[in-house]
Design a protein. Structure first.
Length: 419
């Protein structure tokens, strides 16, 4: 019976200090590491699955969008650009001398000698040629003789007037004394009047003779042909001995004279910029034969009127030419810096379509829908065209829309860069 005591103590919870139970075992570090790796692996698998799902969803959307776009026609679009505030206009022009004239003979005769030839520079008043006028010389001698005869006749008639006056005084005295008759007095008075009128006629004859002499002397002075202003001789049409006929519209000019130290270049400015041209504004000119080099010039004047046939304004540009780098008759290019009128938009010419109702452009909105809009055209530069009404700038336009691109069509827009 004594052997059951230990078991009784154990049953009642009284532990034996020598036989105490060991504490429960804790999880090892390796087990925790394995659990962490498994957790991370599970999370990674879930993330990969999510990424794959999203990628698949995005791929499905892209394929759906590409399928939708595949049904739309692909068109090339450009952006309408506003014109700059100042525009450079290079217009063709033709050079003319500052002054030029045809020199004709003012007296008829034979060319005795010429002193200048084509290309020679002359000064104002310089002798160009001399003309022999034997007929004018003979006529002048005859006229001077006629003038002398007229003067002598006038002196004789003045003496006759004096004699008639003395005779009239005597007859009046006799008639007053009662010795003369009334008929004698009347005859004396009439004779005095006739003598006086004869003197007046002689005075007129003398003046006519003097005028004839003056005319012939002027013609004789015209034997010497002089330059009316300084310049260059550009034509000479007579040789010594040739007959020169004065004041003949059918005859040739003796010389042609041009002043070229300053040239006048005429250019036609389009109506769009007609009101932007002002006298004094710079307008340099250039030659195609000398690229990159400009000659200074300025607007001298305009016609102040637009040509109704060409709708252009004729502008005269003064170009200094003391070094003779330019010649009259040359084709030149005149560069103008002109103010651009407001609300002008430039677009490619291929973006404008002409229909029965007028010019139109095809606009593409952000959704890709095409809308046609009527526009008003300005100047045509070939590759580009000005739009004066209908656009404000920044619109996307279809290039060569074609007749099969209807209003409201959904399109895929692409630029020249491919975007």
């Amino acid at each position: 019976m004594s052997t059951s005591a230990p078991h009784s103590n154990a049953a009642h919870g009284h532990a034996d200090p020598d036989h105490a139970e060991a504490p429960p075992a804790r999880p090892s570090f390796l087990r925790l590491l394995v659990l962490a790796v498994l957790a991370l692996a599970a999370l990674g698998a879930l993330g990969v699955a999510g990424v794959r799902a999203r990628h698949r969803q995005q791929t499905d959307r892209t394929e759906a969008a590409e399928a939708v776009r595949a049904d739309r026609p692909r068109v090339l679009v450009v952006t309408a650009e506003r014109a700059p505030p100042k525009v450079e206009q290079v217009l063709p022009g033709t050079a003319y001398p500052l002054r030029e004239t045809a020199v004709y003979a003012r007296t008829s005769g034979y060319l005795r000698k010429w002193y200048v030839d084509i290309g020679d520079e002359v000064k104002e008043g310089q002798l160009l040629a001399e003309i022999e006028t034997p007929e004018v010389d003979a006529q002048l001698l005859q006229a001077r003789a006629a003038l002398g005869e007229s003067l002598a006749t006038r002196d004789r008639n003045k003496a006759s007037v004096e004699l008639s006056r003395l005779n009239l005084d005597r007859v009046r005295q006799t008639y007053s004394g009662g010795a003369g008759s009334k008929q004698e007095r009347d005859e004396a008075e009439a004779s005095f009047k006739v003598s006086t009128a004869t003197v007046e006629l002689s005075d007129a004859t003398v003046k006519a003779s003097e005028a004839n002499v003056k005319r012939l002397e002027d013609l004789q002075r015209f034997q010497k042909v002089t330059a009316p202003f300084g310049g260059v001789i550009t034509a000479r049409n007579y040789d010594p001995g040739a007959l020169v006929v004065a004041d003949s519209s059918a005859g040739r000019e003796m010389f042609h004279l041009a002043q070229i130290d300053t040239l006048r270049v005429f250019a036609d400015v389009p109506q769009t910029f007609a009101t932007a041209v002002r006298a004094g504004q710079p307008a340099p000119v250039s030659r195609r034969e000398v690229p990159g080099h400009e000659f200074a010039g300025a607007v001298a004047r305009t016609t102040q009127s637009v040509n109704v046939l060409t709708r252009t304004l004729r502008v005269e540009v003064a170009v200094p030419n003391r070094d003779r780098a330019l010649l009259p008759g040359m084709y030149l290019q005149v560069r103008f810096q002109l103010e651009n009128p407001g609300n002008v938009v430039r677009v490619p010419g291929a973006a404008v379509v002409t229909r029965a109702e007028g010019a139109k452009v095809a606009l593409v909105d952000t959704a890709g829908r095409v809308t046609y809009r009527a526009v008003k055209l300005g100047r045509d530069y070939g590759q580009t065209v000005e739009i004066t009404e209908g656009l404000t700038g920044g619109e996307r336009l279809v290039v060569r829309p074609g007749d099969d691109l209807a209003d409201g069509t959904l399109v895929e827009a692409a630029t020249a860069s491919g975007r």
